[in-house]
Design a protein around this ligand. Structure first.
Ligand code: G3I
Length: 455
């Protein structure tokens, strides 16, 4: 858990060099007004193909003023604490969803989407996990991801699969934590487990102090680029945006460079230090999101100033009496004025007019990430001297091993000898080219070389 004053000091420090470029950014993101007439944050965002959400606390759901604002203004919800590891798995393998369910069920019954926050984080771990390390912790973490994402399968728009895994400061590297000490591949193992458990949810990496182009955001950028190049299932990056009194001049450019990697971007925990620039910063963030076509939504981290983790910063859109602040009005105006750059819906790959020739064979090789009791296998399928149109990889699993999830292929079974067949989008492989799929399982990973056949 982060100490609030330290966090704020870090925020100010991180934002200081960006002051000089603020004026330029304000010009850069200004957009021509359109005829939008949204009268609430959610309705106006929806007109732009986006959501506008709030983090809420189950403990405040009996407060009618709070709930009235939520129901009237927002079309997305995040549980502020109730889906964190300590809340959902207080004892190992004993799950507790009561508070989280109250939030999720309320949201879904009103047609709001839900951001899941968060599957793995170094903070707010249950005591039993804090005391674990090595393969026992890795197993427990992957089990947690699998169980929680499975429980909520079909109900979550986007999961923060991993939260705040990068270090502050100039290293651009990972933060030290018990999870990090299980091996650098813990993040990709978590994303693979989440994909297997809920293939319909967008899978996000989420962090703070990443709201401009700096060493930390660049470290994350490099990770996302690497994940995309290796087929690790990541769909989105969350920018928490706990902001100070100034708007980072390269905020929009930072969102755009991530979007250009082929992931959605989301503003996930927006709140802004009080002061004369507060309304302007909220509006600037809103304009930046609208200007990036893959920025799919904004979430504010609470409703009224009195609901905020930032205490006396008065960092939200409603005051302590539940009145709309200037920051609310400027945010709504920015939403209404935004030009239409709706996020694209996923488009299928273009059809090929000339099917590639069959024949020439294929080969497959497996890379294993193993720990005691479990493994993740990545399989590379390579076409021979001719292009192929469909492949099947046969993998012999040791006795007692079971496949618990597969991505980018269809498995014929879960144990013994398993055939993994291509899915729609990765059957065609050019001569000498490769594609990848993967699976995870319990027990020991395969040791015998897999075989690949065409078709
Ligand atoms: O629920 C207990 C209550 O029973 C107890 O009496 C009380 C005593 O302190 O504590 C209550 O738990 C608190 C919990 O919030 C619920 O109010 C925790 O102490 C407190 O540490 C916890 O703070 C949360 C913080 O994450 C934990 O790090 C904040 O509400 C929450 O806004 C904040 O959210 C994080 C995001 O998850 C990740 N990004 C940063 C953001 C702000 O720190």
């Amino acid at each position: 858990m982060k100490d609030r004053s330290t966090t704020r000091a870090r925020l100010r420090l991180a934002l200081a060099p960006l002051l000089a470029t603020c004026a330029a950014a304000a010009t850069m993101v200004a957009m021509a007004p359109s005829a939008s007439a949204g009268t609430t944050l959610g309705a106006s965002a929806a007109e732009k193909g986006r959501y506008f959400g709030a983090a809420i606390a189950a403990g405040r759901m009996s407060d009618s003023q709070y709930m009235n604002i939520l129901n009237a203004e927002f079309n997305s919800v995040t549980a502020e604490n109730e889906m964190k590891w300590a809340s959902t798995e207080p004892q190992q393998n004993v799950f507790s969803y009561g508070s989280a369910d109250r939030i999720v069920n309320h949201a879904l019954s009103r047609g709001m989407s839900v951001r899941g926050h968060t599957l793995l984080w170094h903070a707010q771990q249950p005591g039993w996990a804090q005391g674990m390390s090595g393969s026992a912790l890795r197993n427990a973490a992957i089990n947690h991801v699998t169980k929680v994402a499975t429980y909520y399968r079909g109900k979550i728009h986007s999961w923060d699969v991993v939260n705040e895994a990068f270090a502050d400061g100039g290293s651009g590297g990972r933060r030290d934590s018990n999870l990090q000490r299980t091996g650098n591949d813990w993040i990709e193992a978590a994303f693979r487990a989440a994909r297997a458990a809920d293939p319909g949810a967008k899978l996000c990496y989420n962090d703070y102090n990443t709201d401009g182009i700096n060493a930390k955001s660049t470290g994350i950028y490099n990770m996302v680029r690497d994940f995309k190049s290796r087929g690790v299932p990541i769909d989105c990056v969350g920018f928490q945006s706990h902001l100070g009194t100034t708007f980072p001049g390269d905020y929009q450019a930072n969102l755009q460079r991530f979007a250009d990697l082929g992931v959605d971007v989301q503003i996930t925990e927006l709140d802004v230090m009080k002061g004369s620039n507060q309304a302007n910063v909220f509006a600037s963030v809103t304009r930046a999101c609208l200007a990036v076509s893959r920025c799919t939504g904004i979430t504010v981290w609470g409703i009224r100033d009195s609901d905020s983790w930032r205490g006396s910063d008065d960092a939200l859109l409603w005051d302590r009496s539940g009145n709309k602040k200037q920051a609310y009005h400027s945010t709504l105006e920015a939403l209404n004025a935004g030009g239409g750059t709706p996020p694209p819906t996923t488009t299928p790959p273009p059809p090929t007019t000339t099917p590639p020739p069959s024949g020439g064979g294929c080969t497959a090789s497996v890379t294993l990430n193993s720990w005691s009791g479990g493994f993740v296998a990545n399989v590379k399928v390579t076409a021979g001297s001719a292009a192929i149109n469909g492949w099947t990889v046969r993998v012999a699993l040791p006795g007692g091993t079971a496949v618990t999830g597969t991505w980018s292929a269809q498995a014929s079974g879960a144990s013994g000898t398993v055939n993994f067949r291509n899915v729609d989008y990765n059957g065609q492989v050019g001569a000498g080219a490769s594609t990848e799929f993967g699976f995870q399982g319990t027990g020991v990973g395969p040791s015998a070389a897999p075989t690949c056949t065409v078709g």
